[in-house]
Design a protein around this ligand. Structure first.
Ligand code: GTP
Length: 371
């Protein structure tokens, strides 16, 4: 494949009517998004019709500013594969970026998985990040009612609050921000109405940016460290209202970091990640981390995963903050944290009491109870 690959893919998600199309229309006016293909993952209306100048017969639409727009007909992977084919056969001159707008209340994980798990697409595309829009007026009710909405927040790299202008009491926005922080401490929290919520703020949020050979590691690790906690089962908001934990899907979401000072053999980390994903894939909403490998401790290995899918690990040329060590950040849904911690300890050779050591685990991975 030529040097333009892998092409960054951003997923724009958010509840029904959260303001995805509105934000996308604003962003597409920025020349920085030239040569971007927008894939709208739904049938029916073309949402950005006022930008259209020409509709190609095959469903891919060339916009006046050079962007491409298509609605998914059939499988998303087919649409992405078709874009690669067009690029390689010269039917598209350039393709710098893909933005996938998902439908309202969808679980974004299958979209991410369809890209990251596809053997051919993974060569052509890399997941840049998930941008989740949250409607400040309706978010609390939606988060209470739909676990998909909580997942959308949990997998985000950027959370954009929309319609804050319609909320009369600013304290309600602050309460919502705290709730979103609780679900996903690592994501940057922005407001749609803020001029700074631009292309630069929303894109290129991968852990590893091949263009600059740098990582966002420092920022999200710092955030996570500051927020490392269990999410309480019994929260109350600023107005003193207790939430019924049965309706609080976000109490099922936890984020925590796993830290190991010192290098870890590649085989150990590989086995740890394999076991975690095979045993708990659906519950592992998001994982990001840097790993100090025994085999090459000077160059951190960056891992990035969504559910069972692990993005191909990238190498950084050096440690971004000078601090070595293995640090993984997990966002999980209904996953026994204790099991994960003990598994990690076993593979990093720090068995806790009653936990079999790594050699025993490699022979019998089920030896850790509590799954
Ligand atoms: N006041 C206000 N209205 C907004 C804001 N963002 C979006 N809207 C309005 O909310 C409505 C829905 O916005 P869309 O951009 O269509 O939302 P969407 O997420 O694309 O909607 P679906 O694709 O149907 O899920 C529109 O009427 C927008 O004008 C905002 O920040 N403030």
């Amino acid at each position: 494949m030529s040097s333009g690959f892998p092409i960054p893919v951003s997923v724009l998600t958010g509840f029904l009517g959260a303001g995805k199309t509105t934000l996308l229309n604003r962003l597409l006016r920025d020349p920085a998004l030239a040569d971007t293909a927008v894939i709208i993952n739904e049938f029916g209306e073309v949402a950005i019709d006022h930008l259209l100048v020409e509709q190609a017969s095959d469903g891919i639409i060339q916009l006046s500013d050079g962007c491409l727009c298509c609605t998914v007909r059939g499988e998303l992977v087919d649409t992405l594969a078709d874009l690669v084919d067009r690029l390689q056969t010269g039917r598209i001159a350039r393709l710098a970026r893909v933005v996938i707008e998902t439908t309202g209340l969808a679980d974004p994980a299958p979209v991410l998985q369809s890209i990251m798990a596809h053997p051919a697409l993974v060569q052509a595309f890399r997941l840049d990040g998930v941008i989740t829009l949250v409607d400040a007026v309706n978010a609390n009710a939606t988060l209470d009612a739909h676990v998909e909405a909580v997942k959308q927040v949990a997998v985000a790299d950027r959370i954009v609050l929309t319609k804050a202008d319609l909320v009369t009491d600013p304290r309600d926005v602050e309460t919502l921000r705290a709730r979103l922080r609780q679900i996903n401490p690592g994501a940057e929290l922005l407001e749609a109405g803020d001029k700074r919520t631009d292309v630069a703020a929303l894109f290129d949020c991968g852990l590893y940016n091949p263009a600059t050979k740098s990582a966002e590691v420092q920022r999200w690790l710092g955030e996570e460290a500051a927020h490392d906690h269990h999410h309480g089962d019994h929260d109350h908001d600023d107005h003193g209202h207790d939430h019924d934990s049965d309706h609080r899907h976000d109490s099922r979401v936890r984020s925590y970091s796993l830290v190991h000072d010192g290098p870890v053999p590649f085989s150990a980390i590989e086995m740890f990640l394999d076991l975690l994903r095979s045993a708990h894939g659906e519950r592992l909403l998001r994982m990001k981390g840097v790993i100090e490998l025994l085999e090459d401790p000077a160059r951190p290995l960056v891992v990035h995963g969504v559910q069972k899918i692990l993005h191909p690990p990238a190498r950084l040329p050096s440690w971004p903050d000078g601090q070595r060590g293995t640090r993984l950040v997990l966002i999980t849904l209904d996953m026994p944290e204790d099991y994960v911690r003990r598994l990690f300890a076993a593979f990093t050779n720090r068995p806790s009491i009653d936990t079999p050591d790594r050699a025993a685990l490699e022979n019998n991975p089920l030896a850790i109870a509590g799954r």
